[in-house]
Each structure stands twice: as structure tokens, then as C-alpha cells.
Design a protein around this ligand. Structure first.
Ligand code: GAR
Length: 196
């Protein structure tokens, strides 16, 4: 839903994140002076997630969801509706999105994945697991994928991909930092395009 404040339409973005939230931070920073985009909620499944500190520093409401909240209640949809959420961004969120949320937000949930899907996707393929697998396979290219979310891990329609070259001496940690740099640059810009 898009709210009209009498001038510009305000887009309300909810970010779901399980960890440190460096992508969430880039999104917040990128839109900080944009009066038409507001980060309305940060949802996490981990009560100690670093992303909660980021939310606090930026005065963004938070929701810590238990599995029961997430899969067997209407708490999440109620919170999202309360903030008039019109886009959900998964920025390092590790739980599978349940059917009811996919149906409530068709083509309104996007995920960032740290590889060039369909390679290195699916259950268990997240964070360093992905980069270790890419390293083990001796790939000379990897990258990022931003895609819509459906009921299956990492299988929704691809919106955007960007690649980076790898060299023989790249360790999984070096691969991770190359990929993260791509994520930080592109994710806020792709979101901006989606909102247009
Ligand atoms: C990011 O690299 C993101 O692509 C990845 O988790 C990291 C989160 O970092 N997501 C997945 O692996 C999902 N399958 P951040 O918390 O610093 O943004």
C-alpha cells in the first residue's frame, strides 16, 4: 500500500534480517534523506542480532519473531499492516518465508542472495556456506542475485544480478568481501528502481 502525504507518495519498507545487518544499514543510509521512502520496521528471528542495535540507533521499530509467531500466527501480517508496509526486503534473513506471507505480498518481497542463482542456492546455502562452496568448486566468477521471493528457497523470479571475477588466491573470506561490496552498492539502488 502506498500512502499519500499530500505531496509525494511514501513507500514503507520492512527489512527482515537475521544477523549483523550491513545490507540493512546500507539501505537505511541510502534512503535517509529521501522523504518518499521510509524504513518502517526491522524484523528479526534472533534476539541478539546486531541489526537490532542498528534499528535502535535509527529509531526504527523492531519485531523479534519466534517460530510460532512467524509460521503459526497473524502477528507478522498485523505488524506489517500496521506500518502500511508495501515492500519487504530480506537482507540476510535465514527463515523460509511462509506461504501466507508470499500470498499477502505478491512480488512485494525481495531477497538478496550472495551468489549467481540458480547456482549455490537452496536450503543451507547462506552466508559463508555459499562462499566456501564457490571456493571449493574453483569458480572464477561469482556475484549477487536479487530476486522476488516465492515459497521455495532462492527460486523466485530474478530481478537483478551482478558478477565479480575471482582469482586463484581468493579465499572464502576474500570472496565474501567482494560479494558484500557488490551487495552494498546494488541493493539500495535496485530497491529504488523497484519503487518507481
Ligand atoms: C548477505 O551476504 C546476504 O546475501 C546473505 O547474508 C548476508 C547478510 O549480511 N544472505 C543469504 O545468504 C541468504 N541466503 P548482512 O547481515 O551484513 O547484511
Amino acid at each position: 500500500m502506498i500512502k499519500d502525504n499530500g505531496q509525494d507518495a511514501i513507500h514503507q519498507i520492512a527489512i527482515f534480517a537475521s544477523g549483523r545487518g550491513s545490507n540493512a544499514e546500507k539501505i537505511i543510509d541510502y534512503f535517509s534523506s529521501n522523504k518518499t521512502v521510509n524504513i518502517c520496521l526491522i524484523l528479526t528471528n534472533r534476539s541478539k542480532a546486531k541489526v537490532l542495535e542498528l534499528a535502535e540507533r535509527n529509531n526504527i521499530p523492531t519485531l523479534i519473531a519466534t517460530r510460532d509467531d512467524f509460521y503459526h500466527s497473524d502477528k507478522i501480517t498485523k505488524s506489517l499492516a500496521k506500518y502500511n508496509t508495501d515492500l519487504i526486503v530480506l537482507a540476510g534473513f535465514l527463515w523460509l518465508i511462509p506461504d501466507y506471507l508470499v500470498k499477502a505480498y505478491p512480488n512485494k518481497i525481495v531477497n538478496i542472495h550472495p551468489a549467481l542463482l540458480p547456482k549455490y542456492g537452496g536450503k543451507g546455502m547462506y552466508g559463508m556456506n555459499v562462499h566456501k562452496a564457490v571456493h571449493k568448486a574453483g569458480e572464477n566468477v561469482t556475484g549477487i542475485t536479487i530476486h522476488y521471493v516465492n515459497e521455495v528457497y532462492d527460486e523466485g523470479e530474478i530481478i537483478f544480478q551482478a558478477a565479480c571475477r575471482l582469482i586463484d588466491t581468493d579465499t572464502p573470506d576474500l570472496i565474501a568481501s567482494k560479494v558484500l561490496a557488490l551487495e552494498h552498492h546494488h541493493l539500495p539502488r535496485v530497491i529504488e528502481q523497484l519503487l518507481k
